[in-house]
Write a protein that binds this ligand. Structure first.
Ligand code: C2E
Ligand code: CA
Ligand code: CA
Length: 726
């Protein structure tokens, strides 16, 4: 019997050692020991640091149960310190237990229970508990149980060494990374150290691959696996391979010194994005371990929460955890439950932000933006409820309410006989799936008597990815009903300039990211986007203008509209109206809007009839202006860089300063006025020589808009240096 048992233990040890994972190998050995001893079930009980017994492994055996009291068997109360000391000294303990000693150096605890001590360096570190093994059997197996105990001790020791070196078994057979369990223990250790104020700050960084499913679907699972391996290498080389674990499909976690985590995220992102085969996009979340966390699990959740917050944001592909992210979970369910009440009770309020024409210098329309003024939670910003409602396909409730308020505002101003401007209203792509949405929208306008051209429908670019054909159809239907449709957040997602060609939008609202980011290429990219959009017949608007420099750049490249805090943040209707007055923001009349629409479509970068072509940086050398004549008075509404340089050289500080000369001066001004007077046919070009001018050899004028009695002209100047230089 003893020999058979020893053979079973031996075989169990071989099986165990063949396993990569130390926990799995201990499980395997335990099973062999239990079977060999004829136990019903078995467990390994280890003593935690504080001496408390913890069941770390179990074998449910044929009865499917656990030893009746794996933990109870060696309770603190039962097995006193003195007993443990005896065991440590190699003695057998019996007495506080009901059954006499059955095997040397073992504890017998019940009629059919045997607890075999596990020892390391002379200390009892735990027990193998065998249930259903009688005292007499145990006695027969005495030497064998010793062997079994030392085999288990060996594996436990190996496991502990692997854990403490951080090089736990490479169980992830796709990437060869350590398991999340192992990383979690390291996180636990960092929490402990940080709590004592001893560790340098550590971050847990969460990584995943945007649209990983898509790679699997498109390239197959093998390719997906290769991408995962590449990802693990990229992270491993950025932070050290033993700091990384994979958890679930494409979720990776890395424990990184706080000072290096952002850099690691950027490195991994760049490496994957530049990869020729996949060009995968990485998203990341960073959580700084404070030492106050309840467990590693909380750290892991928070890192992921931060990463999830970066979802759908292609500019900021990573985020740090913020407290609000946790709260947002609770907020989500609140918002979904209360949306009807919010609309009914008037908690939803439209705020208005001016959209200013760069050529007209006036407010040409406003955008209505939703705010949720909650009686319990205070004011909620759109990012706290729009996204949630979109997911639940409930956002149409808010959107229609905002539309209603926009119409109410127009109707009220009309009734007062004061000027009013078109209002842009945001519609989610989910709104378009609502039955009869077009009729509902028309109905709201009708009930307030608002003409359709006074409502602009904004649809965000991300909608295009979802279903091109469907969006195209809706754009057509809006157009048939007389609404303008504006493409919101252009440039924030996947769309390219070519995408614009597939749709019939009226205006491209270019994402504010183009003004940020700090890349030296952005101004040129912005210029290209504006110019190409114009060529495709779209109006252009750049959002998020905050500074004078940004505004100057946009004026220079001829972007038609601007919107941003530079003029005003979104404000409640009344306050918006007052602010426009105090800031000197005047409303454009319908005629002005039409005139400046024509002006704004002009390609001021290339001009339409330059004096010379194929020159690099044309706008730097070819002076170009747009003049508007209203009520018989000429006004400069645009001057490019070259012309402004001339203006400065002649002592004019700003663009408008030369307008008096333009209207009443002689010399070049006279020539310009003559040329403009002769420009009576839309589109045709009139050239006039300016023989006496020290600056210009000739001017060319083109009539670009006729609206009522107002006119707009594009004027190009032929600089004299060009002749002297050549
Ligand atoms: P959006 O349509 O792109 O609106 C522009 C956002 O940029 C607004 O944020 C506005 O306050 C902000 N913004 C304007 N100028 C500046 C600036 O100079 N600098 C900066 N940093 N930000 C500026 P808001 O009101 O928080 O709205 C956020 C987003 O929520 C909107 O982005 C829109 O996508 C969505 N949203 C807002 N109201 C509604 C709505 O009624 N319906 C739907 N479906 N979505 C809405
Ligand atoms: Ca918008
Ligand atoms: Ca936008």
């Amino acid at each position: 019997m003893l020999n058979a048992f020893l053979a079973a233990v031996n075989e169990g040890l071989q099986t165990a050692l063949a396993k990569g994972d130390s926990d799995a190998s201990i499980d395997a050995l335990l099973e062999s020991i239990a079977r060999g001893a004829g136990a019903l079930c078995a467990a390994i009980v280890e003593r935690a640091d504080d001496g408390a017994p913890v069941v770390t492994h179990s074998w449910r055996g044929s009865c499917g149960c656990l030893p009746p009291a794996g933990a109870r068997l060696v309770p603190d109360a039962d097995l006193r310190a003195a007993d443990l000391a005896k065991l440590d000294a190699g003695e057998t303990v019996c007495g506080s237990f009901s059954i006499p000693v059955t095997a040397p150096r073992s504890v017998c605890c019940g009629a059919d229970d045997v607890a075999v001590p596990l020892r390391r360096a002379g200390k009892t570190i735990g027990f193998i508990v065998l249930d259903g093994v009688s005292a007499s059997t145990a006695r027969n197996l005495t030497g064998g149980l010793d062997v079994a105990a030392s085999a288990v001790s060996l594996l436990v020791q190996r496991r502990d060494e692997l854990r403490s070196s951080g090089a736990e078994s490479r169980v992830d057979n796709v990437t060869g990374l350590q398991t999340m369990d192992v990383l979690s223990r390291a996180v636990d250790a960092v929490i402990g150290m940080t709590a004592h104020g001893t560790a340098e700050p550590f971050d847990l960084v969460y990584f995943d691959i945007v649209a990983f499913k898509f790679y699997n679907i498109t390239y197959g699972f093998d390719a997906g696996d290769r991408l995962l391996r590449q990802m693990s290498q990229a992270i491993g080389s950025a932070v050290g391979i033993d700091r990384v674990a994979r958890y679930g499909a494409d979720n990776f976690y890395a424990l990184v010194e706080g000072s290096r985590s952002e850099e690691a995220v950027k490195t991994v992102h760049a490496q994957l994005a530049e990869d020729a085969t996949y060009g995968a996009l990485v998203r990341a979340g960073i959580y700084r371990i404070t030492g106050d966390e309840a467990s590693a699990g909380q750290v892991v959740d928070r890192a992921k929460m931060a990463g999830d917050a970066a979802a759908g944001d292609f500019v900021r592909y990573w985020r740090r955890f913020e407290k609000g992210m946790e709260e947002s979970l609770a907020l989500r369910s609140y918002v979904v439950r209360r949306v009807d009440e919010a609309v009914a009770q008037g908690w939803i309020e439209a705020y208005f932000q001016p959209i200013v024409g760069t050529f007209s210098g006036k407010v040409e329309s406003v955008e209505a933006l939703a705010r949720w003024k909650d009686p319990e939670r205070g004011m909620l910003r759109p990012d706290q409820f729009i996204d949630t409602l979109e997911r639940g396909k409930l956002v149409y409730k808010v959107d229609l309410e905002i539309l209603r308020q926009a119409c109410a505002r127009i109707a009220a101003r009309r009734a007062q006989g004061v000027a009013f401007e078109p209002v842009s209203v945001n519609f989610s792509r989910y709104d378009l799936q609502v039955d009869g949405i077009h009729e509902t929208i028309d109905g709201i306008l009708a009930s307030y008597g608002v003409p359709h051209e006074y409502i602009h429908i904004e649809i965000t670019e991300t909608a295009l990815v979802a279903n091109e054909a469907l969006i195209r159809e809706h754009v057509t239907r809006f157009h048939e009903r007389g609404y303008e449709v504006w493409l919101d957040d252009f440039g924030s997602g996947y769309s390219s300039l070519n995408t614009l060609q597939n749709f019939d939008f009226d205006c491209a609202k270019i994402d504010m990211a183009f003004l940020r980011g700090g890349s030296s290429k952005l101004p040129q990219m912005l210029c290209d986007v504006v110019t190409v959009s114009k060529h495709m017949g779209l109006k252009t608007l750049v959002e998020g203008v905050e500074t004078e420099e940004q505004l100057d750049l946009l004026k220079r490249i001829g972007c038609m509209f601007v919107q941003g805090y530079y003029f005003s943040k979104p404000l409640p209707a009344q306050e918006a109206a007052r602010t426009f007055v105090t800031r000197g923001l005047r409303l454009a009349s319908a005629q002005e809007r039409a005139l400046f629409n024509d002006v704004g479509m002009t390609d001021v970068v290339q001009g339409i009839h330059p004096f010379f072509e194929s020159e690099p940086a044309l706008e730097a050398i070819l002076p170009l202006a747009i003049f508007v004549r209203e009520n018989g008075i000429l006004r400069t509404v645009y001057a490019n860089r070259a012309l402004r340089d001339y203006g400065k050289a002649s002592g004019y500080g700003s663009v408008g300063e030369s307008d008096a000369t333009l209207n009443y001066g002689d010399g070049v001004a006279q020539t310009i006025r003559d040329a403009l007077r002769q420009s009576t046919v839309l589109g045709s070009v009139v050239e006039a020589r300016t023989p006496h001018s020290p600056l210009f050899g000739a001017v060319r004028s083109q009539l670009i808009s006729v609206r009522g009695d107002a006119r707009a002209y594009l004027v190009a100047f032929d600089p004299i240096e060009r002749h002297s230089a050549s």
